[in-house]
Design a protein around this ligand. Structure first.
Ligand code: PHB
Length: 390
C-alpha cells in the first residue's frame, strides 16, 4: 500500500491547482527502453540499454534528483508491432520518458507518440531522417545520427580517393534508402556518381543474387548499409564470393561496428565512415571504454556510446526541470544549450535536435575499426523541412 504523507497531499493539491499532475515527491520517474532484444539487431539493443544503465548508475541511480524505474520492452525490430508496443509503455506501464529505438521503421511509432502527447523521446540509434527533418518536434531528440550523415562522409571520402562510380547495396527500408541518399550526396560533392542501388527485404540475408550482379555493374567500388547479424553475413559472403580484390567494399560504419569478431578475416581492410571509431584518443572515451568493459564484460561500440549519451542528454534535461518530464520546453532548451561530453568527442545538437558531429574514416584492422582520417568535420544533417530550424 502506498503511504501518502500530509506534505505529499499538500504538494499534490498545489500541483492540481496549477493544472499539472502531481509530481509525487520522491516517486521514481518511469523511463521506457523500447529496443530490439531479439532478432538481427539484438546485440545493438543490448549495448544501448547496458550503457544507458551505466550512465544512470554514474548519476547515483537518479536523473533530475529523482530515482528512476526502467521498463524494458523488446520491439523485435518489427514495425508492424511498433504502435502497440509504444502504447503498452505509455498506457500499461505509464512511462514518462521514452528511449528508443534501433530500427528506422519502428522509431516512427515512437516519434508519433512523442509529437502527439508531448512525451520526451530520445532516439539512441534509429537514423530515420524524418525524425529530425519534417517531423522534428520539441519533444524528440537524437543521441545518434541521421542515416544521411555517416554515408555522406563515406561518399565524400571515396570520391576524394579518385573513385568515379559506385553502387549502394542495402536492405529495402528507410535506413537503407536514406543512407544511400547520403552516399550519393557525398559522392556528388566530390565529383563522383552513384549509379545503382541494389536492395533485398529487411532482414533477409540471402545475398547471393545481388553479389552475382556486382561485377557486371561497371563501378569502381561498392558502398553498403547493413548492421548487426545481417552485416556479419554480408561481409563474409562478399569475401567468399571473391569480390574483395575486384571491387573494394565500404559503407556506413555499422557494416563493421560491433561485429568484427564474427566477421574475422573477411572484414580486414574494409573502410567505413562513422561518428565513432576504436582508439579515439580522448579522456572521456578512455574512461568510458574501461568502465563498460569492466561492468558489462564486452567492448564498447557506437551503440553503447549512443545509449550512454542518451542518458547524459536526459540527465541535462531533467536537471533543468528538477525531474519534471512533462516540462518539455525547459528540457529542450537545456539539452540544446548543452555540450554533451561524449566518448565520440563533445557534441551539440542542431536546431532540429540531431548531433552535429565529426564523421571519421576508419579501416578494419586486427579486430578494430581504426580511425585513419576525418571524412566530414562537424557535419550537421540538413534538417530539411524542420520548422524549428528556420
Ligand atoms: C536504422 O534502422 O536506422 C539503423 C539500424 C541499425 C544501424 C543503424 C541504423 O546500425
Amino acid at each position: 500500500m502506498q503511504h501518502i504523507s500530509r506534505r505529499g497531499l499538500i504538494a499534490g493539491s498545489a500541483a492540481l491547482a496549477l493544472g499539472r499532475p502531481a509530481l509525487a515527491q520522491g516517486a521514481p520517474i518511469k523511463i521506457g527502453l523500447m529496443l530490439p532484444f531479439s532478432g538481427t539487431f539484438a546485440a545493438l539493443g543490448e549495448n544501448i540499454a547496458a550503457a544507458f544503465e551505466l550512465c544512470l548508475q554514474e548519476h547515483g541511480g537518479k536523473f533530475g534528483g529523482r530515482a528512476v524505474t526502467l521498463v524494458r520492452l523488446d520491439d523485435e525490430s518489427d514495425p508492424a508491432k511498433a504502435p502497440q508496443n509504444v502504447n503498452r509503455l505509455l498506457e500499461r506501464d505509464q512511462v514518462q520518458v521514452l528511449i528508443g529505438t534501433v530500427h528506422s521503421g519502428v522509431v516512427m511509432a515512437l516519434v508519433q507518440a512523442a509529437r502527439e502527447r508531448g512525451v520526451p523521446l530520445i532516439i539512441p540509434n534509429a537514423g530515420n531522417v524524418a525524425a529530425t527533418r519534417d517531423l522534428c518536434s520539441p519533444s524528440v531528440f537524437r543521441s545518434s545520427f541521421s542515416n544521411w550523415q555517416p554515408a555522406y562522409g563515406m561518399g565524400k571520402a571515396l570520391a576524394a580517393k579518385g573513385v568515379k562510380k559506385a553502387a549502394w547495396v542495402t536492405w529495402d527500408y528507410a535506413a537503407g534508402k536514406e543512407s544511400g541518399e547520403g552516399f550519393r550526396d557525398g559522392l556528388r560533392a566530390g565529383g563522383a556518381e552513384l549509379t545503382q542501388v541494389l536492395t533485398l527485404p529487411f532482414p533477409e540475408t540471402n545475398f547471393q543474387p545481388i553479389l552475382a550482379q556486382l561485377p557486371g555493374l561497371g563501378v569502381d567500388a561498392i558502398g553498403s548499409f547493413f548492421a548487426g547479424g545481417g552485416a556479419v553475413q554480408f561481409v563474409k559472403d562478399y569475401a567468399a564470393a571473391g569480390l574483395r580484390d575486384k571491387l573494394p567494399l565500404c559503407g556506413s560504419g555499422f557494416l563493421t561496428e560491433g561485429v568484427l569478431k564474427p566477421q574475422g578475416a573477411a572484414a580486414e581492410g574494409i573502410q567505413t565512415a562513422l561518428h565513432y571509431g576504436d582508439g579515439l584518443d580522448n579522456a572521456k572515451n578512455t574512461a568510458f571504454r574501461a568502465v563498460f568493459k569492466a561492468k558489462i564484460n564486452r567492448e564498447a561500440d557506437v551503440y553503447a556510446v549512443q545509449g550512454y549519451d542518451a542518458g547524459q542528454m536526459l540527465a541535462v534535461g531533467l536537471d533543468a526541470t528538477k525531474g519534471d518530464a512533462s516540462a518539455v520546453k525547459p528540457m529542450a532548451a537545456a539539452i540544446l544549450a548543452a555540450k554533451i561530453d561524449s566518448p565520440r568527442g563533445a557534441f551539440t545538437l542542431s536546431l532540429s535536435h540531431n548531433p552535429v558531429q565529426t564523421i571519421y574514416l576508419r579501416e578494419a584492422k586486427g579486430g578494430e575499426n581504426r580511425v585513419i582520417g576525418v571524412a566530414a568535420d562537424a557535419l550537421a544533417d540538413p534538417g530539411t523541412g524542420c520548422k524549428m530550424a528556420s
